[in-house]
Design a binder for this molecule. Structure first.
Ligand code: KIV
Length: 271
């Protein structure tokens, strides 16, 4: 829903239609009003209020510490800025695993308090009861398979997932399970391109890849990474479209210099 309470132009149904016509889906993260406004106006189809906010906004090493209240704060700010794009919010770690009633309560809080359009959850078979319960309540769910950062302590590394046959077979089963249980899309993170292509061809719902090659139905990146705000994260899959770290550093250094040298403010910049 938009700020005015009307449905945003991009809906879950529209994403399915895009897959059917072979039109790729462009998705980016946002965590605040000003960025969401720019991202939305630039024509992005889906804005993800990712729990990567834990890393890029709060400075945590993993996504695990971010809370539901923190996600709601970010999501509320984003939905005020997004008029067109579908807004999807990550259910943070600990708010849906293991107890489907808790999962439903978490998803309901997000939908009621943020005016977002959908939630995203990491995992397959292990969380299917929670997925079913949330979808039964009328809340659209996006799945997330492959490298699921909330399980980093189980994986031990951020390396490519599902290279081995057994893990790839489970991922394919999980993708079908998510589709059969009503998910409207699924993120495939850091898996071999051939596997991502196979899953995308087998599913009717759209797949959105990150580090999963060009065979998925759409792509997602973390906005701070693609804009080059964060300059200490350079995986092979990341394409940088700007060097905002450089631009911001240069601008701030000039400001410091101007203040110290009494160049700023000048006569025209005062009352
Ligand atoms: O939290 C996030 O930003 C994500 C994307 C990387 C898919 O889940």
């Amino acid at each position: 829903m938009s700020v005015a309470g009307s449905v945003r132009a991009v809906t879950t149904l529209r994403l399915t239609e895009m897959k059917q016509r072979g039109e790729k889906i462009a998705m980016l993260t946002s965590y605040d009003y000003s960025t969401a406004k720019i991202v939305d106006a630039a024509g992005i189809d889906v804005i993800l209020v990712g729990d990567s906010a834990a890393n890029v906004m709060a400075g945590y090493e993993t996504t695990l510490p971010i809370t539901l209240d923190m996600m709601i704060y970010h999501a509320r700010s984003v939905t005020r800025g997004a008029k067109r794009a579908l807004v999807v919010v990550d259910l943070p770690f600990g708010t849906y695993q293991g107890n489907s009633k808790v999962a439903l309560d978490s998803a309901i809080r997000i939908m009621k308090e943020t005016e977002a359009d959908a939630v995203k959850m990491e995992g397959g078979e292990e969380i299917i009861e929670s997925v079913q319960r949330i979808i039964s309540a009328g809340i659209p769910v996006m799945g997330h398979l492959g490298l699921t950062p909330q399980s980093i302590h189980k994986f031990g590394t951020y390396n490519v997932r599902a290279k081995e046959e057994a893990e790839a077979a489970k991922l394919i089963r999980d993708a079908h399970l998510l589709e059969e249980n009503g998910c409207f899309a699924v993120v495939l993170e850091k898996i071999p391109a051939t596997l991502a292509t196979q899953v995308s061809q087998e599913l009717r719902i759209p797949t959105i890849g990150i580090g999963a090659g060009s065979g998925t139905d759409g792509q997602v990146l973390v906005v701070h990474d693609m804009l080059g705000i964060s300059n200490d994260f350079s995986p092979r899959f990341l394409r940088r479209y700007a060097d905002l770290h450089g631009v911001m550093s240069k601008a701030i250094s000039s400001y410091v210099e101007d203040v110290k040298s009494c160049d700023f403010p000048n006569e025209k910049e005062q009352y």
